[in-house]
Write a protein that binds this ligand. Sequence first.
Ligand SMILES: [Zn+2]
Length: 562
Amino acid sequence: MQEAEPKGLHESFLTEKRLLEQISGENLEKRLLELAEIGGLVKEVGKYVEVTRLAFTKEDLAARSYLDRLMKESGMDVEHHPFGLIGVCYGQSPELPAVMLLSHFDSVPKGGMYDGALGTIGAIEVVRLLCENKIKFARTIVVLAATAEESSRFNNGLAGSRALFHGLTDKELAAKRPGDCSLGEALCAWGFNLNDVKTPRFTKDQIHAAIELHISQNAYLEESGKGLGVVKAIAAPDRREIIIGEPINKTNVGKDGVYFEVKVKGQAGHSGATPMGRQYRADGLLPLADFLIKTTLLAGELDVQVAVDKLLVESQALNKIPGHASCLVVLSGSATRIEKAKAILKNYGQLRNKQYARPPTKFSQQAISIEEVKANPPDYFFDPASILARCKLAGQIIRIVNSVSGKYRDYQKETIVGTVTTLTQSQEGQIILGVDVRGTDELVRNHVWHEVLAKIETVNKTNVDYTINKLSGSNDPTTMDQELVRKAEAVIQNHNLGQYEITFSPAGHDSQNAARAGIPTVMFFIPSRNSGASHVPQEYSTAQDLERGAKALAALVVRLTL
Ligand SMILES: [Zn+2]
């Protein structure tokens, strides 16, 4: 039986209602698990599903092929773009600007199964049900499943949607992480033409509205007891890289010392979405920073030769709070002096452990461990004096970013977060920090950076050289379309989808690139359970949450499309 073309709000409501009744959280969870199997390790939903699906890897390719099949089965034509898939379901008036549902399908290293994936799977499910029910609608629906949203692989967040809505610059294409190829090289290796990503695929006259469904990535929504969030603004990161020291030569000094491995057990989390403070975040770099500073002092006090090497943050990414961090400390000198230094280091570790474990805290009882190791000596060392000064400054910068951002965290209700998210030691002995400062208010964010930079100048008493570069992935905060925010509220109310919160997103999203291209854009959030865990395998939303989110999405799409 053919549907009569629905007209007016009442008909629209009835169509929406019919569609919403068929949306099932269990179905969505099943699809999300299928996608999670690609690059994933599924132990137990709700407890531990680990997904690593970085842009332009074999997992990315496998995900594209899975989504291609799903989109086609759901009734869409599929276009393969270098930065993802574009599913199209034509409306009866294809000349009208389309309604777009967008999200991403790449992940951070060792992330969870909902970030990005929910918006992609949810959007495809909405179109599948529209087609299955033979509902007629006027505007074409476009499902954009983008890759390279996370900055994990190329130090370049939201690169995919930036390419799709704005086109990429040569500088953005040159973005890379140490030891990996650049974004441009990755595109070429996949056989894409770089000219195809320098101009936008979508312009504002093609798209009537863009909607993204996403997990909230923090505990706010769960704590508020509400099931949905309507996003009115997106905070954006101002990311900078701080390169400490000039290249230096390698030396053998310190090779014959006693080796200690200092390990910190923090807890990884989303650097944008996790509020400041020890009760919310256990930043693994903070205890390590204390240690770097203490070790430097030790070198002066005890007449032992101290070297620090192998600075490491496990599975680090620019948008991830460092979890596990470690370094190697080498002490050389007379046996008695080494014993004394060792005791001081251990005592200091215990003292800091007590401080970090004091409630309220996210740190475990034994955040820091110091083990003497019979490690094979590293092939080389850098001049200990230069490297120690660099370690000290790195430690101080980590502390400064944390304390200044913490001070502004609730400034005029504009939540600011700031994190040293990445730390690498180059082959030339330079220490490179990636710093991510975010907020919804550009002025406040600028203010935080200003204060951080001034404090670094003050503490850098030994005048270690350092340079600061702005990183791609930095953005201005974005406002969502207020008319769409009202419509999003209306569909939640009309369909009794429960209590909702008008909120903002501390984390960046593809939606901000759509909004900045002049396309009216809005986002729905569902709660992130497990205390808002995100970018980690504990990321979780219940089947009910998924269902409620997809219903809000479906209702708004129908209302905008008919
Ligand atoms: Zn995401």
